[in-house]
Design a protein around this ligand. Structure first.
Ligand SMILES: Nc1ncnc2c1ncn2[C@@H]1O[C@H](COP(=O)(O)OP(=O)(O)O)[C@@H](O)[C@H]1O
Ligand SMILES: [Mg+2]
Length: 325
C-alpha cells in the first residue's frame, strides 16, 4: 500500500472512531474515485465495512457499512466545515488529519446522500428546510469577522476579477458562435453587456453592507446542495466560502418571491430583520451579479447540453429580470 493510501485509511479509521462509533473496527475499505467538479482535486467515495465489537451497541446512525468521502480540501473548506458542524449547522461531519496546514490536505467527510432516493422527495418541504438551514448559517456567523481570520473577504477587486477573468472570456467565446445571437436574441445580449459593464459599481452597496456580513458559502450551485436521508438539506463544498454580505448567497437559492420572503422571515425570527426596501434592492443587484458569475460554464456547453441551455436561460433571467424587478 502506498503512503497516500495508508494515510487515507488511517484518516477513515479516525473518522469512524470520532463520528460513527468508537467501538467499531474497520474491516475493509473500498475506494472509488468520484467525478470531481471544476477544481479537479482528488475525490473518493469510500465504502467502509465495520465490525461491531462484542457486547457493544452501535449508535442509531451506525450501520455495518458506512460511506465516507475523502477530498484534498483547502484550509478554508476544512475550517468552514469544522466551525459549521460545531454550530450544528446542516453540513456533513468531517475530520482533517492536518487541521492547521494552510495548503490542501486530506479531509474525510460524511457521505451526505448515499442513502437518498432522489425520486421520492417532497421538493417543496425540502426547499423550505433549505432556506431555514441557510438562514441559520448566516445568522450564526453574522458579524463574526474576528472569529474568522482565515476567511477571505469580499471586495470590489474580487467582484471585478470574477467578471473580467471568468465571465468576460466565456461570454466572448459564446458570442463567437452565430447561433448564440440567433438563439437568445440581440436585445438580451446587449442588455446583459450593459449590466455587466457596470456591475462592479452597482455591487458597491452589497459589498459594503456591513449589517449583513457573515460567512457566505459563495458557490451555491445545485451540485453543492444535497439531500440527506430524504428529509434534510446539507451544504457541501465550502471551498469558495468568504466573509461578506448574505445577499451574495441568497439569489442562488431563492428563485421566487415566496422563497425570498420565507428566507427573510426565517432570518427575522432568529433576530436579524432586514427592512423591505434594503432587501429588494440588494437582492436584485446580487441576483444580476450571480447570474453573470454562474452562467460561465453554461456559456461553453449550451449547444451540446439541454440542461446547460436551460441553466443559461435561468442565469440570463437572473441578470435581466431579478425576481423583485
Ligand atoms: N460529502 C459528500 N457527500 C456526498 N457527495 C459528495 C460529497 N462531497 C462531494 N460529493 C459529490 O462530489 C461532487 C464534487 O464535490 P465537491 O466537494 O462539490 O467539489 P468540487 O465541486 O470543487 O469538485 C459534489 O457535487 C457531489 O456530487
Ligand atoms: Mg462542488
Amino acid at each position: 500500500m502506498d503512503m497516500s493510501n495508508s494515510r487515507r485509511i488511517d484518516l477513515i479509521k479516525d473518522t469512524v472512531y470520532c463520528f460513527v462509533c468508537p467501538e467499531s473496527e474497520v474491516l475493509s475499505v473500498e475506494s472509488i474515485p468520484m467525478p470531481s467538479g471544476s477544481q479537479a482535486v482528488e475525490l473518493m467515495r469510500n465504502k467502509v465495512r465495520l465490525q461491531q465489537r462484542a457486547g457493544i451497541k452501535m449508535g442509531p446512525d451506525a450501520a455495518e457499512e458506512v460511506s465516507l468521502v475523502t477530498k484534498q480540501a483547502t484550509f478554508v473548506e476544512r475550517s468552514a466545515l469544522s466551525r459549521l458542524f460545531s454550530q450544528a449547522a446542516n453540513v456533513p461531519f468531517s475530520l482533517s488529519g492536518q487541521p492547521l496546514h494552510e495548503g490542501r490536505s486530506l479531509l474525510c467527510i460524511e457521505d451526505v446522500d448515499h442513502r437518498t432516493d432522489y425520486s421520492k422527495l417532497d421538493i417543496a418541504a425540502l426547499q423550505d428546510k433549505e432556506l431555514r438551514a441557510l438562514a441559520y448559517i448566516h445568522y450564526a456567523n453574522m458579524g463574526c469577522k474576528c472569529d474568522l481570520p482565515w476567511l477571505p473577504k469580499v471586495d470590489e477587486a474580487y467582484i471585478a476579477e470574477m467578471i473580467s477573468e471568468q465571465w468576460r472570456p466565456s461570454w466572448e467565446y459564446a458570442k463567437g458562435n452565430p447561433a448564440f445571437a440567433g438563439t437568445f436574441g440581440n436585445g438580451i445580449i446587449s442588455s446583459i453587456e450593459d449590466i455587466a459593464g457596470r456591475i462592479v459599481e452597482d455591487m458597491a452597496p452589497v459589498i459594503h453592507d456591513e449589517s449583513t456580513y457573515t460567512m457566505i458559502h459563495n458557490d451555491l450551485n445545485p451540485g453543492n446542495v444535497l439531500v440527506k436521508g430524504n428529509d434534510e438539506v446539507y451544504f457541501i463544498d465550502w471551498e469558495e466560502a468568504r466573509y461578506g454580505s448574505l445577499f451574495m448567497d441568497i439569489p442562488m437559492r431563492c428563485g421566487s418571491l415566496q422563497q425570498a420572503e420565507d428566507y427573510r422571515r426565517y432570518l427575522g425570527s432568529l433576530g436579524c430583520c432586514i427592512p423591505d426596501q434594503d432587501f429588494t434592492g440588494l437582492f436584485s443587484v446580487a441576483s444580476r451579479y450571480l447570474g453573470l458569475r454562474f452562467m460561465c460554464w453554461n456559456l461553453g456547453v449550451w449547444q451540446q447540453n439541454e440542461q446547460a441551455r436551460n441553466g443559461l436561460v435561468k442565469y440570463m433571467e437572473m441578470v435581466t429580470r431579478p425576481i423583485f424587478s
